[in-house]
Design a protein around this ligand. Structure first.
Ligand SMILES: [Fe+2]
Length: 186
């Protein structure tokens, strides 16, 4: 049976849906994500970095279905690195995804299977097609929360190996007040 409609406030991306799922990530849970470990240890581990709300109109793992979500990342930095999501591959690697920026500004960091890493500018209205086989992470480079809507296949799954393993090939760091993409080994 087709699910009943959900509701989105298009001004801020807020989502109302039956059985709305949610999760939040605090600094203390983001072990090994940020480059400056000492700066990370000095910050309050209870600081919320980001929240995600999402609607699963079909069961997770269903082939051919879609999910809808909203991610909100707080402004902030660990050393000179901006607050960001852990980032992930999809478990089924060829699954694509849309991200759309509703509010705030940031960078979408993308990495292909060879480790080549690049970034796209995120600003209200920017709509990003993330191809399959591309790992993705959102970085908040602004001074207010960035809110991003997403739509992805219900069988895509999330693989955080990229966050816990060797990481993305580049990071977004603040230099002289502006975000720059810096190769991870630099
Ligand atoms: Fe994704």
């Amino acid at each position: 049976m087709n699910p009943a409609p959900a509701f989105v406030n298009w001004a801020d991306g807020a989502l109302q849906a039956p059985g709305l799922q949610r999760s939040e990530k605090k600094l203390g849970q983001l072990t090994g994500i940020f480059r400056d470990h000492q700066a990370w240890q000095k910050l309050d581990p209870e600081t919320i970095v980001y929240r995600v709300w999402w609607w699963e109109p079909v069961a997770s793992g269903t082939a051919g279905g879609l999910f809808w979500g909203l991610t909100e990342i707080q402004p902030g930095r660990v050393g000179n690195e901006y607050f960001m999501t852990r980032g992930h591959w999809h478990v089924i690697r060829n699954r694509a995804e849309f991200y759309g920026t509703v509010a705030g500004s940031g960078k979408l960091v993308l990495m292909d299977r060879t480790g080549h890493t690049w970034a796209e500018d995120m600003a209200p209205g920017s709509l990003h097609y993330i191809a399959g086989e591309v790992a993705h992470r959102i970085v908040n480079t602004g001074d207010k929360p960035i809110r991003v809507i997403a739509c992805w296949p219900s069988d895509a799954g999330h693989d955080y190996e990229v966050a816990e393993g060797r990481g993305f090939g580049a990071r977004i760091l603040e230099e002289r007040g502006a975000p720059i993409l810096v190769n991870a080994q630099d």
